[in-house]
Design a protein around this ligand. Sequence first.
Ligand code: 6PG
Length: 233
Amino acid sequence: MKLVRFDAREALFAHAVERFVRIGAEAIRERGRFLVALSGGKTPRPLYERLATSAELDWAAVDVFWADERCVPPTDPRSNYRSAREALLDRVPIPADRIHRIAGELDPLAAADAYEIELRRVVGADGRLDLILLGIGADGHTASLFPRHQALSETDRWIVPVHALAEPPWRITMTLPLINAARHVLFLVTGAEKADAVRAVESGSPVPAGLVQPTDGTVTFLVDEEAASLLME
Ligand code: 6PG
């Protein structure tokens, strides 16, 4: 696990754009397409907005997925799809059939089953995405993998429904087998409220975000000073 600290959020998100574009361009060069899963939550929004205006990327070769979704309609303000659509996807020339939305409006199990079928159809049997963007909650959760939740022990399914002490409670999430099959995982972490979780990951505590250990890939945390404030200098 690599952790990179940034004094200013501007620099963190500028670096995130560079990594996103570099990984994407390499994937398109080597395999003809870029398979990327976006994170939910508020943290990544500045990245999506920067990508919309400054990313030199062949969007026609990009397949976009989500690491997780809330079980709400796509028009709901809590929808991770809506957030990414507004900040990025409506502003770049990505073909509609390459935006693979999780159907949050469906029954959770049906939504999870449908998404797993879509992933297997598009990505293939190895489930190997080029990049997965993730955030971390104050409790160390990532995607919608919450501490002590049975979803953490899933070994076969790539996508599962989760009922958690969160708002809204029903979510659809990628599981660790799928996340850990990625070539690159990039965490974006800002704010003092994440400092405990960052320290837990750094110290090897088994919080969900700390279980992201790609079997044949990289995992990098981009962390601002507030979120890194409990780490040893
Ligand atoms: C979600 C995310 C979740 C998020 C963290 C951090 O759907 O909310 O997948 O894992 O990344 O909770 O959220 P913030 O970026 O809003 O702090």
